[in-house]
Design a protein around this ligand. Structure first.
Ligand SMILES: C[S@@+](CC[C@H](N)C(=O)[O-])C[C@H]1O[C@@H](n2cnc3c(N)ncnc32)[C@H](O)[C@@H]1O
Length: 274
């Protein structure tokens, strides 16, 4: 079994002290997840004593930022959970056709695969030109990868089947060219995507969207932070707009159920009431 090198109390202490001293707020991440992330850094630094690690980190803001890097798990795939993207293709995007300008927010976009998947669907439905996709993340390194549009060829191969399972019918290789062992997505797909830094803990809503995706991020947040993020999404979503959470994440907050009505339980798709 994987041994954690830090207790829940020590985790909360170090995060609370960082918040107080450096005003960097990571206190509301799920404690168990934070314990694992900090343990990973302790192992990398070959430090297994909490007090020693505390002194090591607290002395320097760059070490704190390095520690937070362990919190940002930016694993992603194109058309991840293809059945969800099938619903997006067949039901959600067609419902946005009546808008002159379509605005979509991919929150926690990591290395960009989700935003590019949406761009491909919009392109195939003839709606890409009148859509802006805002793709945001707290992790600047992940955003850098997203902007380069470069992925390993093996990674993209693993995503190919997802594309077809999600209802794609074109040759998937039309969307990229191969260079050495890398795949570079077509530049055209990025033309309507705006990648930007956005922290769901501290930054507020910044637009009115008809579709917001926030997938595979809530699992890292505690209850308070989930509530805060959902309020931000509520404020950012037009009436009748769609909100999609991760396939294994559920909004179980009664206080927000009046805003987010279940549209498809299986696919974790919600619709904001009119
Ligand atoms: C597992 S990835 C999800 C990627 C994509 N949405 C998907 O489902 O494939 C989670 C992302 O959440 C981002 N994240 C974590 N905390 C965040 C915060 N407070 N604000 C914005 N993004 C955050 C991480 O940097 C990471 O890229």
């Amino acid at each position: 079994m994987y041994t954690l090198l830090i207790t829940p109390e020590q985790t909360r202490k170090i995060l609370a002290d960082i918040k107080q001293i450096y005003l960097l707020d990571m206190l509301n991440y799920n404690t168990q997840f934070a314990q694992k992330a900090i343990t990973k850094m302790m192992r990398t630094q070959k430090i297994d004593d909490f007090d020693e690690f505390y002194r090591f980190v607290m002395v320097d803001e760059s070490r704190i930022k390095e520690m937070f890097g362990y919190f940002f798990i930016n694993v992603s795939w194109m058309f991840r959970d293809p059945e969800v993207f099938k619903m997006i293709r067949e039901k959600v995007i067609p419902a946005l056709d009546s808008y002159a300008r379509i605005k979509i927010w991919c929150a926690g976009c990591a290395t960009g695969e989700e935003a590019y998947s949406i761009a491909i669907i919009l392109d195939e439905l003839g709606l890409l030109e009148r859509t802006t996709i805002y793709a945001t993340d707290i992790d600047t390194q992940a955003l850098h990868v997203a902007r380069t549009r470069r992925y390993s060829a093996t990674h993209m191969l693993a995503c190919t089947q997802n594309y077809y399972l999600s209802g794609g019918v074109k040759p998937f290789k039309n969307y990229y060219k191969i260079h050495n062992n890398e795949v570079i997505l077509n530049e055209r797909l990025a033309n309507n995507i705006c990648f930007a830094e956005h922290n769901l803990i501290t930054d507020s809503s910044f637009n009115e969207f008809q579709l917001i995706l926030c997938r595979n991020m809530f699992i890292y947040f505690n209850d308070d932070l989930q509530k805060h993020a959902l309020q931000t999404f509520d404020k950012s979503l037009e009436n009748g707009g769609f909100f999609i959470s991760g396939y294994h994440e559920r909004i179980h907050r009664n206080d927000l159920k009046k805003s987010f009505k279940l549209y498809s339980k299986l696919h974790r798709i919600y619709r904001k009431s009119y």
